[in-house]
Design a protein around this ligand. Structure first.
Ligand SMILES: *Cc1c(COP(=O)(O)O)cnc(C)c1O
Length: 374
């Protein structure tokens, strides 16, 4: 099997989704599964549908198009405000989009009429994180215009926190969103079907509050894939945090001085590195580089340390691990590393599916808990 590769354990992803879906579903919250971090991967999308997910969400039209063209049947949701230049494609490939600009919604409406479709719109409300969102004081004006548009259905409102400004989706924010929803319904005598409260960062809010108000939807990516909430990156109980494993191969293994010799100038990335002299040292080079993955998003699964690297190589200290030429070195990935590895055409995606949730899964899970305690 060639390297570098990302091993994707579909059974673990399915397990995570099932638990999250039941957990949130028990109190009336339905999950839109977010596929952007896995580049709209078809196998993963199919797995989500098999697990009963009704809406797949992605930030890129190309990913929605790929999934739709692969014959996946569900509602497709475009995350984040559409670009003016892609309005036609948005109406064609997305059933729903999250919106914040009235001019874009008007263009979506025109395009929907032209294409003979109905496009559903969720208005995003700015709750303080300062990424996408309509200021609450402008919202009534937006609603009054949107509900008049032909070709458009106002499906609901939503919010997105903990992305740009790192603002928590807490009880206060969610209560405010609920109140806004009720107010809009009263003012315009309409029903809002979806109140989409946020993303994987909403876990703590949900566990800490029995009162969830009108919130009935979340858009989840990271917690399904990596088994963590995203305010503190704490593992969620019973979820797998190791569904993805990066595997790279030793291409050079030698004893060398730990201090570069010659006159010091810039390295490949324009930095002037500083080194400590630890005498002679075993060093290995792995065939994976910064072009494929950010090294600080990797956690080695064996006792080695990353010394640095360049576009196509990673230099490691193999310590006492018994590496040889061609040996495989495995890493856990964080969100940034996952996104990069899924996007790099040079990283092979190897899907593993263990039909029976048998020994292997349970063994892995007990190891995970042990390593957390260590
Ligand atoms: C990426 C994204 C999400 C999913 O976020 P996770 O942290 O992966 O759960 C939800 N909503 C919007 C608008 C997004 O852009």
């Amino acid at each position: 099997m060639a390297t570098p590769r990302l091993e994707i354990n579909l059974s673990k992803i399915a397990h995570n989704l099932k638990i999250l879906k039941n957990f949130y579903g028990a109190r009336g919250i339905s999950i839109s599964a977010v596929t952007k971090s896995v580049s709209g991967d078809i196998d993963i999308a199919r797995l989500f549908i098999k697990q009963g997910i009704k809406t797949l969400a992605d930030a890129r039209i190309d990913n929605l198009k790929k999934m739709k063209n692969a014959g996946i049947k569900c509602q497709f949701l475009l995350l984040g405000p559409p670009m003016l230049s892609e309005v036609e494609a948005v109406v064609r490939y997305a059933d729903i989009s999250l919106n914040t600009e009235i001019d874009i919604i008007k263009q979506l409406a025109e395009s929907a009429v032209r294409q003979g479709r109905l496009h559903k719109v969720v208005l995003m409300v700015e709750l303080g994180d300062l990424r996408e969102g309509i200021m609450p004081s402008d919202l009534n004006d937006y609603v009054s215009q949107v509900i008049k548009l032909e070709g458009i259905e106002l499906l609901g409102i939503g919010a997105n926190l903990a992305c740009f400004g790192g603002i928590k989706p807490d009880h206060e924010k969610m209560e405010f969103l609920s109140e806004i929803a009720c107010e809009i319904e009263k003012t315009f005598n309409i029903h809002l079907e979806i109140i989409s409260g946020g993303n994987s960062a909403n876990y703590e809010w949900f566990t800490d509050n029995t009162e969830i108000g009108r919130i009935n939807g979340l858009r989840l990516g990271e917690s399904i894939f990596l088994g963590v909430e995203t305010l503190h990156r704490k593992p969620i109980l019973d979820l797998f945090t190791d569904a993805f494993t990066l595997v790279a191969e030793v291409v050079e293994l030698k004893i060398k001085p730990s201090l570069p010799f010659g006159k010091i100038a810039q390295n490949a990335f324009g930095q002037t590195p500083v080194f400590k002299d630890n005498g002679n040292q075993i060093r290995a080079i792995l065939g994976i580089g910064l072009q494929d993955i950010p090294f600080d998003g990797l956690e080695p699964k064996s006792n080695i340390s990353i010394l640095g690297g360049a576009s196509n190589h990673m230099v490691i200290n193999p310590k006492r691990s018994q590496l040889r030429l061609g040996s495989l070195v495995r890493f856990n990935v964080n969100y940034a590393a996952l996104v990069a590895a899924m996007t790099s055409p040079f990283v092979i995606k190897q899907k593993i599916f263990i039909e029976e949730r048998g020994r292997l899964l349970r063994d892995d899970r007990s190891k995970r808990h042990l390593s957390q305690k260590a």
